[in-house]
Design a protein around this ligand. Structure first.
Ligand code: HEC
Length: 205
C-alpha cells in the first residue's frame, strides 16, 4: 500500500512538472535547452547523408548551367528593352525614352489628363541607372507600393499602348533582370523618387 501511494505521488508530481514544462515551452517557443539543441544537431547529422544525396540528384537534374541561364536572361531582357514591337503597339521601345538605360532628358505624354488644364499630363523621363535600387515604392496611378516589374508594366501600358506580359512570364522576368542590372553598383534606397521628379515637384511649388 505504501509503495502504491508513493507511486501515485511520483506520477502526480511528474505530470505536474510535465504540464508546467509544456506551458513554459508554449510561451517560449524559441527557447531551446542545451539538450534539445544537441538532439537537433544529432538529427541533422544523421540526415546529412540523405541531404547530400538529394542535393546531388537535384543538381544533376538542373537543365543548364546557372551562369548560362543568368546571361541568356539578361541578353533577352536587353533585346526586349530595344524592341519596338514585342511589348509595344505604338512603335516605341523602352529605349525610345530610356536610351541605353538612361534618359532622353525630355518629357513623355501620359494618357491621363491634368485636372488643372484638361490637357494630357506630361512626366519627365527618368534615367533607369540606379532606378531598380529605389523599388518598391509608392506610385500615384497604382495607388499602392509597387515593385520594379509593376513599374515596367506601367510604362508598357501608359507609354507603349500595350498589354503588359504576365508578371511571372519569361519576358517580364528577363526585362526586370536587365533593368535591375543597370543598378548593379548603386546603393538601395527604397521609395526614393527620381531626381527629375523631385525637380518637377519643386518647380511646381
Ligand atoms: C514614352 C516614354 C517611355 C517609354 C517608352 C518607357 N518609359 Fe519608363 N518611364 C517614362 C516616364 C515618363 C517615367 C516616369 C513615370 C513615373 O514616375 O510615374 C518612367 C519611369 C520608369 C521607371 C521608374 C524609374 C524610377 O526611378 O522610378 C522604370 C523602371 C521604367 N520607366 C522602365 C521602363 C521600361 C522597362 C520600359 C519598356 C518596357 C519603359 N520604361 C518605357 C517614360 C517611358
Amino acid at each position: 500500500m505504501k509503495l502504491f501511494t508513493s507511486l501515485v505521488a511520483t506520477v502526480l508530481i511528474c505530470s505536474v512538472a510535465f504540464v508546467i514544462n509544456a506551458q513554459e515551452k508554449k510561451h517560449t517557443p524559441k527557447h531551446l535547452t542545451m539538450e534539445q539543441k544537441m538532439m537537433m544537431k544529432n538529427m541533422a547529422m544523421k540526415n546529412m547523408d540523405k541531404y547530400m544525396a538529394n542535393m546531388e540528384a537535384m543538381t544533376k537534374k538542373l537543365p543548364m548551367a546557372l551562369k548560362d541561364s543568368q546571361e541568356s536572361t539578361l541578353a533577352m531582357g536587353e533585346k526586349l528593352f530595344n524592341d519596338t514591337k514585342a511589348l509595344s503597339t505604338n512603335g516605341q521601345s523602352c529605349a525610345s525614352c530610356h536610351p541605353g538605360g538612361g534618359t532622353t532628358g525630355g518629357e513623355a505624354e501620359t494618357p491621363m489628363a491634368s485636372e488643372a488644364t484638361g490637357k494630357p499630363y506630361k512626366l519627365p523621363v527618368p534615367t533607369l541607372v540606379g532606378a531598380a535600387a529605389t523599388f518598391p515604392k509608392f506610385k500615384v496611378p497604382n495607388d499602392q507600393v509597387i515593385d520594379l516589374t509593376d513599374m515596367q508594366n506601367n510604362c508598357i501600358m501608359m507609354f507603349m499602348a500595350a498589354q503588359p506580359p504576365a508578371k511571372n512570364s519569361k519576358q517580364a522576368r528577363a526585362l526586370t533582370a536587365y533593368v535591375s542590372s543597370l543598378s548593379n553598383d548603386d546603393k538601395v534606397s527604397v521609395g526614393k523618387m527620381p531626381e527629375m521628379m523631385m525637380k518637377m515637384m519643386k518647380a511646381k511649388k
